[in-house]
Design a protein around this ligand. Structure first.
Ligand SMILES: O=C(O)CCC(=O)C(=O)O
Length: 287
């Protein structure tokens, strides 16, 4: 359950933080499962359907950048995605009828963990309405040193920032971002951040010797359906699962206009797209 203060913060600032939502034993089990998933994967030889490797390491490097869809492929994470304690936090934010949308684990390994540039999640997968929440679970203590999440607070959905250049989706905000307004969300392992899908967010490269692993899940109102079926949306729709309340009989539409994210080419992930965008603009890595 969320407190009134947490609800108010979400409505006014587009996010709230719930320390200690995930217990020590569950965290330990998640760490063990991540180790199992990662065993034997190297940059040169890995299962590219399940993991994405950090590019900035030798061919035999074992640092994973992202584990794809843990809540689809691994029962421990799947159970967590349907746990009453978590859904009780999601329900007041998007209503009683809930679809699980997608999941990932961003590993942000020591020394080389990739940057995530400013973006708004919903720009990647526009839905018919705004009722979509991203849940981030810190699996390690996260602070500015190892690249904790940063957000630009504001009421949910108040701003649609541009993410395109020459009509092509860049996967990152293409207008100047006022970083003076950014709030770093530091938290101990087990902390959960609930963030509206249009809240701008980012994180820096992890140059520290510590991990900053984060499990990320997305939920949407059951009547929030995709507006645009590009290849990336078609892939992630395979992971959608009804988890609470009623199945929607109709879509609820609250937009009159929304930008269409036309990708420049097939991409594996946000990292891939943002790297391509930087290269096309001839910017250095990991600013
Ligand atoms: O891992 C992070 O710091 C942010 C992740 C994120 O925004 C994403 O993967 O869409």
């Amino acid at each position: 359950m969320l407190t009134q203060g947490q609800m108010r913060q979400y409505q006014e600032e587009g996010y709230t933080v719930y320390p200690g939502l995930v217990s020590g034993p569950l965290l330990a089990a998640m760490h063990a499962e991540i180790d199992r998933i990662g065993a034997g994967q190297t940059r040169a030889a890995h299962d590219a359907t399940r993991v994405e490797m950090e590019p900035d390491q030798p061919p035999d490097g074992t640092r994973i950048r992202r584990i794809y869809e843990p809540c689809t492929y691994y029962p421990l994470f799947r159970e967590f995605s349907e746990s009453p304690a978590l859904l009780a936090c999601v329900e007041p934010l998007i209503g009683p009828d809930i679809d699980f949308h997608y999941s990932k684990i961003n590993m942000k390994p020591p020394a080389i963990g990739s940057v995530v540039e400013w973006h708004q999640d919903l720009m990647y997968y526009p839905l018919t309405n705004l009722d979509s929440v991203t849940v981030l679970v810190y699996l390690d203590d996260a602070d500015r040193g190892n690249g904790c999440l940063q957000v630009i607070p504001g009421p949910p959905g108040a701003t649609l920032l541009p993410h395109t250049r020459d009509g092509v989706f860049q996967g990152r905000v293409t207008a100047p971002v006022d970083e003076g307004k950014a709030v770093p969300l530091e938290g101990a392992a087990g902390t959960v951040i609930l963030m509206h899908a249009l809240t701008p967010h980012a994180s820096t490269v992890n140059r520290s010797p510590r991990w900053r692993r984060t499990l990320i899940l997305s939920y949407r109102a059951a009547d929030a359906l995709p507006l645009f079926y590009g290849p990336a949306v078609a892939e992630s729709e395979q992971h959608v699962r009804h988890v609470r309340g009623r199945v929607a009989a109709e879509a609820r539409c609250t937009w009159t206009r929304f930008p269409v994210p036309r990708y420049p080419r097939a991409v594996r992930s946000l990292y891939d797209l943002q790297e391509y965008s930087r290269a096309a603009a001839e910017e250095p890595r990991g600013a």
